[in-house]
Design a protein around this ligand. Structure first.
Ligand code: HEC
Ligand code: HEC
Length: 218
């Protein structure tokens, strides 16, 4: 086993639930709770990830086109919540559903996958935006988004706030529109409120800004 995995297993040997909170939009029950309380085994997770690489790639960097998001380095709590939400139908993802259905994955395997993927290095070769919206995007981001997603886009594992730095531009833009327009139904209501007033041009600027943020140090 390489040094990286060994370190991860030590760092992550606390049950994830120990750090998790219970906001109303994210009620901890059922398999979400079971997966968060499970320790997760990155070695098993690496094997289980075989069924995901066709879309998310072996290094979990996704596609620069934004068709498939980067998963590497994302907080395990966020990965678990998103998978549980997709399985529960709160976030629709028809392409991925067959790979995530109850028969394909148990709650424990979700935890294994999340621990493994969280530990993968983050590529800075992500899909970038046009660059013209970075300055405007930064202004909006610092005012309305940094309180949750962090000054550097690092997110917050304990609160299930995703890391948004160095994610693919087109994916960020698509999710912002889904969240603003109510198509992504699992979002924190405070975030929906924060995003509602923005025009599509504003969302493009925000995505442009977030995509060029450096991968957060872990
Ligand atoms: C057929 C292609 C495909 C396969 C296979 C696939 N995914 Fe996905 N996945 C997607 C797409 C597309 C999205 C983005 C959906 C959207 O835009 O909302 C996604 C999103 C996700 C997200 C949410 C990411 C975020 O930032 O919120 C997670 C977590 C995820 N996938 C995990 C997995 C895991 C784990 C597997 C293997 C068990 C897997 N996926 C297999 C296509 C796939
Ligand atoms: C109150 C906290 C909060 C605020 C404020 C907030 N967000 Fe979020 N954001 C979240 C949470 C929680 C999620 C995950 C939602 C879910 O479970 O689907 C999220 C998801 C996202 C995603 C999707 C990430 C992914 O990997 O799929 C993007 C992009 C995003 N936020 C950008 C923004 C931007 C830009 C702003 C400011 C206009 C903002 N957020 C304001 C909490 C917040």
């Amino acid at each position: 086993m390489n040094k990286f995995l060994t370190t991860m297993m030590v760092v992550l040997s606390l049950p994830l639930a120990a750090v998790a909170q219970t906001p109303a939009w994210n009620e901890l029950k059922g398999e979400l709770k079971a997966a968060l309380e499970s320790k997760g085994d990155p070695v098993r997770g690496e094997k289980a990830f075989d069924s995901c690489v066709g879309c998310h790639r072996k290094d979990a960097s996704g596609r620069t086109s934004g068709a498939y998001p980067r998963l590497s380095g994302q907080h395990a709590t966020v990965l678990i919540k998103q998978i549980a939400d997709i399985r529960a139908g709160r976030r629709s993802n028809p392409k991925m559903e067959p790979y995530l259905d109850d028969h394909a994955l148990t709650a424990f395997e979700i935890a294994d996958l999340a621990i493994y993927v969280q530990g993968l290095p983050i590529s800075s070769e992500n899909g970038k935006g046009p660059g013209t919206g970075v300055a405007a995007g930064r202004q909006i981001y610092d005012r309305d988004c940094a309180s949750c997603h962090g000054g550097k886009g690092e997110g917050n594992a304990e609160k299930f706030y995703p890391m948004v730095a160095a994610q693919h531009y087109n994916y960020l833009l698509r999710e912002l529109k889904f969240i603003r327009d109510g198509d992504r139904r699992n979002a924190n209501p405070d975030m929906v409120k924060a995003i509602k007033p923005y025009s599509t041009a504003d969302l493009e600027a925000l995505a442009d800004y977030m995509a060029q943020l450096a991968p957060p140090k872990k």
